[in-house]
Design a binder for this molecule. Structure first.
Ligand code: AMP
Length: 458
């Protein structure tokens, strides 16, 4: 069994993972960490819940801390592009957590908040910038940041960026980075546009695939309860009042639905909060913090708002309404059974949703067992429009919807051959780590300033 120290990570990071209680690397970590440390590009298929965040955050931190160079003014040494502000906050959290015994600076650049503090955070240069594409482009346009010295870029949840219409922006951003750089692309699925992105911008990547969709689902006890729409609220309260419910996320299709359900739960004496895109960033963070700290036991969320929520110990996921897009079902129930635990997912299905249930069952390749009163199966001619829920870019990323621009040709990297390694973090890889390590050991005990700048900007 591989250990974290076998992977070549320096002591401050071994200490940080130990402090987190991780005993062994997850499969994606065992595969991705050595490749990044060696300076290779990586194309990874991995979903949330597999430990994918640490798989790129740890080697980035190792490389940056192992090489004393400072970022120049208005530049960053590594860029992490993410689809949503929630995911940005979580990646920043991981940078803070895993970097707590090293000196690495980071900041978050997302929409939905004032740009001024972000401009100031970038002014002196930052080691790691975690950004959503729209706001990053705004800052590139305003010359608050340039990327011509950036050594590594990570595209996290690339398929979500595609879904949100960010691909043209991502291509433009990648076109602004130096050709000699390290590129890591992680995606839960590999649609052909993402393959295309990888072949245009990655240089002979190590292709790594772990935990196919079915794996986390196997640990989830899934069931469906058939009932009329009008019976759902009472059923929901009954389920959530159950003694076995430690922490639950309830999914609705719409923002108004989330508000209504949350109010109903509060009226029934349960502790609940709603999170969705109409809430301010502050309200969303507050609700998440309350949920994380056990002050609120039930989070009512839309698919969009819940993307990237990474909270362990969610015992139940309840689908108050089935999602219009079957893939969203997999994302939803993946909020439970995290970090090796098991979980329970219950879907309340009214007669109008039977078609959606069939789509989901087709996607996951099996029928979901039913509980409670089964209604006779009917055929329903009226199917909700696919992707009917406003997949508003603003709601997820805080960014303005992508502007329509002509795709520029120079967004394409032509560096398909063996790229010189000089700028790559590989220089600080396992072979070079000894050097970086001894320098870093001098820093042990010094507080990371990663957290300070990250937290002021989330
Ligand atoms: P991610 O896939 O990055 O969203 O991570 C999912 C969860 O796994 C997070 O709560 C991490 O804290 C946790 N995690 C990451 N790496 C490990 C590990 N090696 N051992 C145990 N838990 C981990």
């Amino acid at each position: 069994m591989t250990t974290f120290s076998d992977l070549g990570l320096a002591e401050p990071f071994l200490r940080a993972v130990e402090a987190e209680g991780y005993t062994d690397p997850t499969p994606i970590q065992s595969k991705v960490i050595p490749e990044i440390l060696n300076g290779r590009d990586v194309l990874g298929i991995a979903q949330t819940g597999t430990g994918k965040t640490a798989s790129f955050v740890l080697p980035l931190l190792h490389a940056i801390a192992g090489d004393k160079r400072r970022a120049d003014k208005k530049t960053c040494r590594a860029l992490v592009l993410v689809p949503t502000r929630e995911l940005a906050a979580q990646v920043a959290d991981s940078v803070r957590t895993y970097g707590r015994f090293a000196r690495v600076t980071s900041t978050v650049i997302v929409g939905g908040v004032k740009p001024g503090p972000q401009v100031r955070a970038l002014a002196n240069g930052v080691d790691i910038v975690i950004a959503t594409p729209g706001r990053l482009e705004d800052h590139l346009g305003g010359r608050a940041i340039r990327l011509d010295g950036t050594e590594a870029v990570v595209l996290d949840e690339a398929d979500q960026m595609l879904d949100l219409g960010f691909l043209p922006a991502v291509r433009r951003i990648l076109g602004k980075l130096p050709r000699e750089r390290q590129t890591v692309l992680l995606s839960a699925t590999m649609p052909k546009q993402i393959r295309g992105l990888a072949s245009d911008f990655l240089n002979r990547p190590a292709e790594i695939s772990v935990a196919p969709t079915a794996r986390p689902i196997e640990r989830i006890d899934q069931s469906v309860m058939h009932m009329d729409k009008a019976a759902k609220r009472t059923a929901l309260v009954d389920i959530l009042a159950g003694a076995d419910v430690e922490r639950a996320i309830v999914f609705t299709r719409t923002k108004r639905g989330a508000d209504r359900v949350s109010k109903h739960l509060l009226d029934a004496g349960l502790s609940a909060a709603a999170i969705h895109g109409d809430k301010s960033q502050g309200q969303r963070q507050q609700a998440l913090a309350a949920f994380r700290n056990d002050r609120v036991r039930i989070l009512v969320a839309t698919d969009i708002a819940a993307r990237g929520i990474d909270i362990d110990d969610v015992s139940h996921v309840i689908n108050f309404e089935l999602p219009n897009v079957p893939e969203a079902y997999v994302h939803r129930i993946g909020r439970t059974a995290r970090a090796g635990k098991s979980g329970i997912a219950v879907s309340l299905c009214d007669p109008d949703e039977r078609g959606l249930l069939r789509d989901i069952e087709r996607l996951i390749g099996r029928a979901i067992g039913s509980e409670g009163d089964a209604l006779p199966t009917e055929r329903h001619s009226r199917r909700p429009k696919r992707r009917a829920e406003a997949r508003s870019v603003e709601e997820r990323s805080g960014d303005k919807p992508p502007r329509r621009r002509r795709r520029s040709r120079n967004g394409k990297s032509s560096a398909k051959g063996e790229a010189p390694q000089s700028r790559r973090f590989g220089k600080a890889g396992p072979e070079a780590a000894g050097d970086g390590l001894s320098r870093m050991l001098g820093n042990i005990g010094s507080r990371s300033d990663a957290g300070a700048s990250a937290s002021t900007n989330t």
